[in-house]
Design a protein around this ligand. Structure first.
Ligand SMILES: [Zn+2]
Length: 209
């Protein structure tokens, strides 16, 4: 199930085939997800993936972005702690980011604001329909709960691990080059966000300057 799902995602993403060879990354990803699930993770961090396997962080972010495009392996969830009332807002839809209003104090925020881009954190969850996938990972013979205390005392509960990946940084990494040097976005939801809201604003500012 996991294997089949990953194969179909690879089929649709050239950047995965080109930069993250399936034979190399399929076992890494499988091991990573299983180990994180053993620590009761409910989300997955490209920071942890990078440090776990000694992979370049930018590459790790690109990998996660490619895997979360078009209802892929991961869903993207956005977290923002309101600078006005400190309420934690969980945003599941890019549309709600474009016209953000704090659900507690109703203070609006704009993607035009770099501070907002830096404060919105992006987290990756396994797709809701992928509970089956979780079970297929857990059913794998390598998944042994009784020997699963990998660095547990050192790392503690993985869900308390603060995920620093900001929307701003994510947008910076959201591009790939083909062999001819043409630049394309990796993740289409984020590309749309950038195209509709952020790029026009930046352009406008530059024109005025
Ligand atoms: Zn608020």
């Amino acid at each position: 199930m996991f294997y089949t799902k990953l194969c179909s995602i690879y089929d649709e993403k050239d950047i995965l085939k080109r930069e993250f060879p399936f034979d190399e990354f399929h076992p890494l990803l499988r091991k990573f997800l299983m180990d994180e699930l053993k620590l009761n993770a409910d989300h997955f961090s490209p920071y942890r993936f990078a440090s776990y396997f000694g992979i370049d962080l930018k590459q790790s972010i690109k990998f996660f972005l490619a895997l979360s495009d078009n209802q892929g392996l991961f869903n993207k969830i956005y977290k923002y702690q309101c600078s006005n009332c400190e309420e934690l807002n969980i945003i599941t839809d890019e549309e709600d980011l474009k016209n953000f209003i704090c659900h507690e104090c109703l203070e609006p925020e704009s993607l035009e604001n770099q501070n907002f881009l830096d404060e919105v954190k992006i987290i990756f969850e396994l797709n809701e329909e992928e509970n089956e996938l979780k079970n297929s990972l857990k059913a794998h013979p390598f998944f042994d709960k009784h020997t699963s205390n990998r660095n547990k005392s050192k790392e503690g509960d993985v869900n308390l691990y603060f995920d620093h990946l900001s929307l701003g940084q994510t947008l910076e990494e959201n591009e790939q080059k083909d062999s001819e040097g043409n630049v394309y976005p990796i993740n289409s939801d984020l590309a749309e966000l950038e195209r509709e809201v952020i790029k026009p604003l930046t352009k406008g500012l530059r024109k005025d300057a």
